[in-house]
Design a binder for this molecule. Sequence first.
Ligand code: CP
Length: 294
Amino acid sequence: PRHFLSTCYMSRAEILDILNVAEKLRKENHRFTRQLFVANLFFEPSTRTKMSFQVAEKKLGLESLDFHMDLSSVTKGESLYDTAKTYEAIGADMLVVRHQDDNWYEKLQSGISIPIINAGAGKSEHPTQCMLDLLTIYQEFGAFDGLNVVIAGDIRHSRVARSNAAALTTMGANVYLAAAPGFEDLQLNYPYVSMDEATEMCDVLMLLRIQHERHEHVASNLSIYLKEYGLTNQREATMKDHAIIMHPAPVNRGVEIEDELVECKRSRIFKQMENGVYARMAIITKLLKEWGNA
Ligand code: CP
């Protein structure tokens, strides 16, 4: 069995299976009858991912083991690896991990014998966010082939962009990127469009947060950013009737998107958060079954 660490290795069938299971769990809950413990090890702050994992675990009848880095033995120098080994030894049946290193899971994969879910790895991958994003698009359009999806914003520092670009390509969507100068990532081999082109051509506009915490220099003029590179009311007015706006959140209101557009008719931002619970329920269920726990 495999861990759930990256979207790069996922096939179209695997992704569709998760989306269909998530849809099923949205309509009809399933609870595990055995006592199973899931440890949520967040080494970086989180509201949505951590809380939706907790809700997903509770809905599935699982016991969540919490972890507070500042109150843990990490403060005495214990590593992620030894923390994970400790939770495994104590009886965790699954680990959910978020950590600031791009490759934190490489060491854990070989030494840990319970399934691991990547809840965010530095600037590299956020595969559970990707599944909830795809679920939101799937609910809206019923398919991915030929959809124009523009991922716009701070591409260079975004793990969401990487996970989504790979999975959307696998699913047959046309992926484009839009970024302000300095926010591009030329290692990602997708065509770049301007923000004006993006809003006119897209079926899905996936906005990204400016990740100040990952920047060496804080962007100097954020009010200019919205006008030049963000989603203004003027640009939103050029979008196709059926086009939707997405954002993984947290949102810098008034920076990458006009404040009032966060809750506009075509925004699916809070729908994405709701879908996070079902996508994570599906991923947990799949892993526990594959690892022989169900
Ligand atoms: N989208 C997302 O990962 O949000 P959190 O950082 O609040 O979990």
